[in-house]
Design a protein around this ligand. Structure first.
Ligand code: BES
Ligand code: MN
Ligand code: ZN
Length: 500
C-alpha cells in the first residue's frame, strides 16, 4: 500500500473515494459538511432519512454524489464527538480500512485525519492511520497450500492534513509508519512460523539475512563451541535437552559515530518451550512456539531502524535454543555456572528464559552500552498481572524507564512499570548455589526480573516482559509484532534528543 499526505478540499478531490466522518447522532464532520454543501444537502438528506446514525465503526459507501469529483464517498461513523479519543479514532480508521478493502476503489483520500483527537496532533493521526491500515493488511498464509486471493484493489491511500504546514512532518510520519510496519511484519512472521521451521539456526540465518539486506548491519552467529569458550553455562544448560544446536545471534547496526555507545537489545529466543523436565501441561502448548517473540522483536526493530537509516548505534543480541525434555536435559537440582561466574541452582527447568538471558546480558557488557533493554516472553504471571494490554516494564535506572514509558505513550504500544525493590530478590536464595532460578509463586514477574538484575549491574538496564502482549490466542491467533512500535519510538526519540 502506498501512503501519502496532501492538503485540500474534499469536494475537489479526483480519486476513487473520499472518506469523511459522521458523528453521533447524525452530525457531519467538517469535511462531510463541505461535501454536503457542494452536493446541495445530499448527505444531510441521507442522514435525515435515517441511513446513518454515526455510531462508532459504522460505514456507508455512496456513489454518484452530486457535484463531487470522486467516484465514491465513504461515510464513517465516529461515535459521539466529545468521546472521540484515541481508541475511537483507531476504530474509525479500522472501519474505513475494512470498507475500502471491499470497495472497488484503487485510490482513496481520507479526511479522518482531520478529526480532532484529544491530546493528539495531526501528525500523530497520520502516522497512526498508516500504521493501522498497513498492519491490517498482514496475512500469514505462506504455509497453506492455497492462498485465498482476496481481492483488494486499493493501492494508494492519501491522508489529508489541515494545512500545507503539515505536509513535511506528515511525510516523515509516513516514513516512520512504513518502517514500523515492515519491522512488525518481520516480527510477526518469525513468531508465527512453526517451531520445526523457526529453529535457533533459522534465527541465525535471519540475522545473516538482515546483514545482506542492509549495508549498516553486520552479523555474527555463535554456536555451542564459542559459547563453551565464553563460559555460557546457563545458556548451554537449557540447550542440552534439544537436538537443535543453540545460537547466539549478534547484529550490529552502525548509524552513529563509531565511538558512540550503542543501545543493546537482547531478545529471548526460545523457539519452543515445552518446560523441559518440569514439563508443561498439553493445553495450548503449541503457543510456546511464540517463546521467541522477544528475539523476533529485536530483528523487527533492527529492520525498522535500518529502513529509517537512523543515526544511532544499535546492537541486537539473540540467545536462542529449544527447551525440551531429554535424557541429557537439565534436571531440577542441577547447578550451572553462568558466564558471569555466578552459580545457579535449577529448581524448575521451565524457568529457562532467564537462564539464556543472563548469559546474553553478561555478553552485552562488551559493547559498553549506553543502555540495555531485554525483551522476553518471560512469565505467565505477567499475563495475570497486566493481561494482554500492557507489557511489564522493570529496570535499574529510572530515567531509562521513563524514556520507555514516554515512548509507550506516544506510540500507543502500552507498557506499565512494576517495582523492582530488593525485597523481591530474597526468594531467589539457594542453599547450594549463588541463587535459585525461581522464587515462589508470589510476584513471579518481579522475581524473574530480579534474577536478571543480578547480571545487569554494569549498565543501565530495562526489561520488557511481553508474555501477554506478543501474540493473540483464540480465533485471531497470531503474533502482534509488539513491542516493535514502542522500541522504534524509543530510538526515534533518542535520535531527536541527540539532535537538539
Ligand atoms: N515462556 C514461559 C512464560 C509464558 C507462559 C509466557 C505462558 C506466555 C504464556 C516461561 O519460560 C515459563 O515457563 N515461565 C514459568 C516460570 C515459573 C516456572 C517460575 C511460568 O511463568 O510459569
Ligand atoms: Mn518456560
Ligand atoms: Zn519460556
Amino acid at each position: 500500500m502506498e501512503f501519502s499526505v496532501k492538503s485540500g478540499n474534499p469536494e475537489k478531490q479526483r480519486s476513487g473515494c473520499v472518506v469523511v466522518g459522521v458523528f453521533e447522532s447524525r452530525r457531519l464532520s467538517n469535511a462531510a459538511r463541505h461535501l454536503d454543501k457542494a452536493s446541495e444537502g445530499f448527505l444531510s438528506g441521507l442522514l435525515r432519512r435515517g441511513d446513518m446514525e454515526g455510531k462508532l465503526g459504522q460505514a456507508l459507501l455512496l456513489t454518484n454524489v452530486p457535484n463531487v469529483l470522486c467516484d465514491r464517498v465513504l461515510l464513517i461513523g465516529c461515535g459521539r464527538e466529545r468521546d472521540f479519543d484515541e481508541r475511537a479514532y483507531r476504530k474509525a480508521v479500522e472501519a474505513m480500512s475494512a470498507r475500502l478493502g471491499e470497495s472497488g476503489a484503487t485510490e482513496a483520500v481520507s479526511y479522518l485525519t482531520d478529526l480532532n483527537v484529544k491530546g493528539r496532533d495531526p501528525i500523530w493521526r497520520v502516522r497512526e492511520a498508516a500504521l493501522l491500515v498497513g498492519s491490517g493488511l498482514y496475512r500469514f498464509d505462506r504455509l497453506k497450500s492455497k492462498q485465498d486471493n482476496e481481492r483488494r484493489p486499493l493501492r494508494r491511500l492519501i491522508f489529508n492534513v489541515p494545512s500545507r504546514r503539515e505536509l513535511t512532518p506528515g511525510d516523515a510520519a509516513l516514513q516512520a509508519a512504513r518502517a514500523i510496519v515492515a519491522g512488525t511484519n518481520l516480527t510477526r512472521d518469525l513468531g508465527n512460523l512453526p517451531p520445526n521451521i523457526c529453529t535457533p539456526s533459522y534465527l541465525g540465518e535471519q540475522g545473516l539475512q538482515l546483514a545482506q539486506d542492509y549495508e549498516r548491519i553486520e552479523t555474527e552467529v555463535l554456536g555451542p563451541k564459542e559459547m563453551e569458550e565464553l563460559g555460557m553455562g546457563a545458556l548451554l544448560g537449557v540447550a542440552r535437552g534439544s537436538r537443535e544446536e543453540p545460537r547466539l545471534v549478534v547484529m550490529r547496526y552502525q548509524g552513529g559515530r563509531p565511538d558512540e555507545k550503542p543501545v543493546v537489545l537482547v531478545g529471548k529466543g526460545i523457539t519452543f518451550d515445552s518446560g523441559g523436565i518440569s514439563i508443561k501441561p498439553a493445553a495450548a502448548m503449541d503457543e510456546m512456539k511464540y517463546d521467541m517473540c522477544g528475539a523476533a522483536s529485536v530483528f523487527g526493530t533492527l529492520k525498522a531502524v535500518a529502513e529509517l537509516e537512523l543515526p544511532i548505534n544499535v546492537v541486537g543480541v539473540v540467545p536462542s535454543c529449544e527447551n525440551l525434555p531429554d535424557g541429557n536435559a537439565l534436571k531440577p537440582g542441577d547447578i550451572v555456572t553462568s558466564m558471569s561466574g555466578q552459580t545457579i541452582e535449577i529448581l524448575n527447568t521451565d524457568a529457562e528464559g532467564r537462564l539464556i538471558l543472563c548469559d546474553a546480558l553478561t555478553y552485552a557488557e562488551r559493547f559498553e552500552p549506553a543502555a540495555v533493554i531485554d525483551i522476553a516472553t518471560l512469565t505467565g504471571a505477567c499475563v495475570i498481572a497486566l493481561g494482554h494490554v500492557a507489557h511489564g516494564l522493570l529496570g535499574n535506572h529510572s530515567p531509562l524507564i521513563n524514556e520507555l514509558l514516554a515512548a509507550s505513550r506516544s506510540s500507543g504500544d502500552r507498557a506499565w512499570e512494576l517495582p523492582l525493590w530488593d525485597e523481591y530478590g530474597e526468594s531467589l536464595s539457594s542453599n547450594f548455589a549463588d541463587m535459585a532460578n525461581v522464587g515462589g509463586r508470589a510476584a513471579g514477574t518481579i522475581t524473574a526480573a530480579s534474577f536478571l538484575s543480578r547480571f545487569t549491574k554494569a549498565y543501565q538496564w530495562a526489561h520488557l516482559d511481553i508474555a501477554g502482549t506478543a501474540w493473540k490466542t483464540g480465533d485471531a491467533k497470531g503474533a502482534t509484532g509488539r513491542p516493535v512500535p514502542l522500541l522504534t519510538q524509543f530510538l526515534l526519540d533518542r535520535v531527536a534528543r541527540a539532535n537538539g
